[in-house]
Design a protein around this ligand. Structure first.
Ligand code: IVH
Length: 668
């Protein structure tokens, strides 16, 4: 095919595919079978490969996910992305309505919309072409996630009029996609997402757009950033305009003449909510007329013309079948309620932590009770209370054991603690939990080594302490249940790679009492090597900012143990790194640096350094690198095409450098 013919065909395919896409993903009404779409898409992919110059920015092939990014660029929202005030009951809604009426009189109407439980996104169109998509961030500065958003098929890459404007909506993961994703993740022994919102946010925060493309995300648009610019006079007209332009809006919206109708709508959806194919967490109520919205204005944080009604956390009743005990990494015994599986707020719940003996006593929980369960913060299942009236007399009292359920040594209650503990350092449960902690993503980050693999390695006596991980052979791994050649190779590579981790991961991983991930980072940054930390005195450690006496004491006691010295020696002999590799602290020498203590903002395209490199170098010299310009900014480094941040710096009289000057000063 020659270029001219190819050009015509590409344009044709382009239009056909965009139309199919619109019918399928926006109208929910496909006109052709999937196979036909796929066939034409492949034809287009082939043509674009042959003639790269024919690839348009709104080509349907963009949907499959483009190049992997290093980092997300920051985006400043021209109109801030506001949040809404909340209403939790009818009284709050009546109160909102009273304030509206006081401000604008009796003649108004509301638009009620489902409050989609996903994450807010902003989409910029220039002359009808989708040019940039961003997260909300803190409302002023978000992240550029254009490549990921292009993979959402209901987002039009070109709209039906050549408009330049910004639209906003909620990206989300449908319930069914969420369930399938978690099933697949469970099979691969990957961490599960707690709910569809986290899954959607996690997918859009991936630097590799192919991941977002594989996740079946969707979007509902709910507004135009600057509605006044479009000529419409009411919010409902804005939504209709979005429909006409080819966007996907939610069709359950209603115009309500008064607050009584709003309350009816709210009550109706409280009932119908479980049957929707996506999660909602409330109803958004907006005054319809734009003129009236303007009259009502804003408070410091949110508009006075809208409010979000939040559904109460869903509560369900189920039977408490048993109470199981587990021994944690530090020996704490935790009772867990085993529940008859029940669906709450989108997922099936079969266990809930009961934390400790006191809680069981205070709530008067017995085995066999019917209990009310909800998800705290909509994520962690929690037993709210017991339905005493449903007792039959068959229920059994629960008593905490006197001895460890794993190693049978006597349990103790340390002074000032509610928890019962096993203090046997050789307790197998503690060792196993310690291993699980060591390989975790936040610690040594050994991929492919989940709880199940560790439990098997431990049971087969292949791994007794963390050093044993570094002795594993492929033959040993292949002997484990459900461990194939590929997984074994991958796991060994991950173990090998973990040797290169910076010190703080090892420090956190070996599990020093009271030392969390953040403290581990501080200690690593301060002492730089394991040896230096091991030799440090109580006072040396305590004097560090953010480190208290309890932690200092625990660190010193930890390194005093001869077994610890032995273990570290062994790890060292396997080549496990014990030095800090992150950005250095400002030392006396660096504090002479021009940058020490200064706040610097990077903007525009840098030519020599990447953003990240510039940031790391600046931080190493003691600067704080911020995302936005304010009176507190000392210096703005502006690369090519710098926009609003540069303008702001000039307005505030902040010093502005180019990249060359930056590099020169960094090299001093
Ligand atoms: S309107 C100024 N409408 O809920 C008005 N928000 O605090 C801006 N949300 O993060 C929001 N569905 O992302 C609006 N139909 C809807 C919504 C909705 C979900 C989210 C939004 C924002 C939060 C409101």
């Amino acid at each position: 095919m020659d270029l001219t013919t190819a050009k015509t065909r590409v344009a044709e395919l382009h239009n056909i595919l965009n139309q199919y896409n619109y019918e399928y993903h926006v109208l929910d009404n496909p006109s052709v079978p999937d196979a036909e779409y796929d066939q034409r898409l492949h034809e287009l992919i082939d043509l674009e490969e042959q003639y790269p110059e024919l690839k348009a920015p709104d080509s349907p092939t963009e949907r499959v996910g483009g190049a992997v990014l290093d980092a997300f660029q920051k985006v400043e929202h021209q109109t801030p992305m506001l949040s809404l005030g909340n209403a939790f009951n009818e009284a709050d809604l009546l109160d909102f309505d009273r304030k509206v009426r006081q401000a604008i009189g009796e003649n108004y109407s509301y638009v009620c919309e489902l409050k989609i439980d996903g994450l807010a996104v902003s989409l910029m169109y220039e002359a009808g072409l989708f040019v940039r998509g961003a997260t909300r961030g803190d409302g002023t500065i978000g992240e550029d996630i254009t490549a990921n958003l292009k993979t959402i098929k209901s987002i039009p890459l070109r709209i039906k009029q050549p408009l330049t404007f910004e639209v906003r909506g909620e990206a989300f993961m449908p319930k069914k996609s969420f369930e399938n994703l978690n099933i697949a993740r469970a099979e691969r022994e990957e961490d599960l997402f707690a709910n569809p919102r986290n899954a959607a946010a996690g997918s859009l925060r991936q630097l590799d757009p192919r991941i977002a493309a594989s996740r079946n995300l969707d979007v509902f648009l709910y507004g135009i950033a600057d509605l006044g610019g479009t000529g419409v006079v009411a919010h409902s007209e804005g939504l209709d305009l979005l429909d006409e332009l080819g966007f996907k809006t939610n069709k359950e919206r209603r115009t309500c003449a008064n607050i009584e109708e709003v309350i009816q709508y709210v009550n109706g959806w409280t009932e119908k909510r479980p049957h929707l194919p996506y999660e909602i967490d409330g109803i958004v109520i907006k005054v319809n007329s734009l003129a009236q919205q303007e009259e009502l204005g804003m408070t410091a944080k949110s508009p006075r013309w809208a409010i979000a009604y939040k559904f109460p956390a869903e509560e369900v009743v189920t039977k408490l079948l048993d109470i199981e005990l587990s021994v944690g990494r530090t020996g704490v015994i935790t009772p867990t309620a085993i529940l008859e599986p029940v669906r709450v707020a989108g997922t099936t719940v079969s266990r809930a932590s009961l934390h400790n003996e006191d809680l069981i006593r205070d709530k008067d929980i017995k085995i066999g009770d019917y209990v009310v369960v909800k998800k705290a913060g909509d994520i962690i299942p929690k037993v709210v209370n017991v339905l005493v009236e449903r007792r039959t007399g068959e229920e059994q009292d629960f008593k905490m054991p006197t001895h460890c359920p794993e190693c049978e040594s006597e349990l103790v209650r340390l002074e000032g603690e509610v928890a019962l503990r096993c203090i046997n350092p050789k307790c197998p449960a503690q060792i196993r939990e310690g291993l699980i902690h060591f390989v975790a993503r936040t610690a040594m980050n050994i991929d492919g080594c989940g709880e199940k693999v560790i439990t098997q390695l431990f049971q087969e006596s292949l791994v007794q302490d963390v050093a044993d991980l570094y002795k594993l052979t492929k033959e040993q791994l292949l002997g484990l249940e459900r461990m194939g050649e590929k997984s074994a190779t991958k796991l060994l590579a991950a173990i090998e790679a973990s040797k290169e981790n910076s010190l703080e991961r090892l420090l956190f991983g070996i599990g020093i009492r009271h030392v969390g991930a953040k403290a581990a980072k501080t200690l690593a940054q301060q002492f730089e090597t394991m040896d230096a930390l091991a030799k440090a005195s109580f006072d040396d450690i305590k004097d560090i900012n953010e480190i208290g006496e309890k932690m200092a004491d625990s660190v010193v006691t930890f390194f005093e143990q001869p077994e610890v010295a032995e273990l570290l020696e062994e790890l060292r002999s396997f080549g496990v790194n014990m030095t800090y590799k992150g950005p250095k602290l400002v030392t006396a020498e660096d504090s002479d640096s021009y940058f020490a203590g200064k706040t610097v903002v990077l903007t525009g395209k840098l030519e020599v350094l990447t953003r990240n490199e510039a940031k790391e170098k600046l931080e190493a010299k003691g600067a704080k690198v911020a995302g936005s310009v304010s009176k507190k900014t000392h210096l703005v480094v502006a690369g090519a095409d710098a926009g609003s941040k540069l303008a702001k710096a000039q307005e505030l009289g902040v010093e502005v450098w180019d990249e060359e000057k930056l590099i020169e000063e960094l090299n001093k």
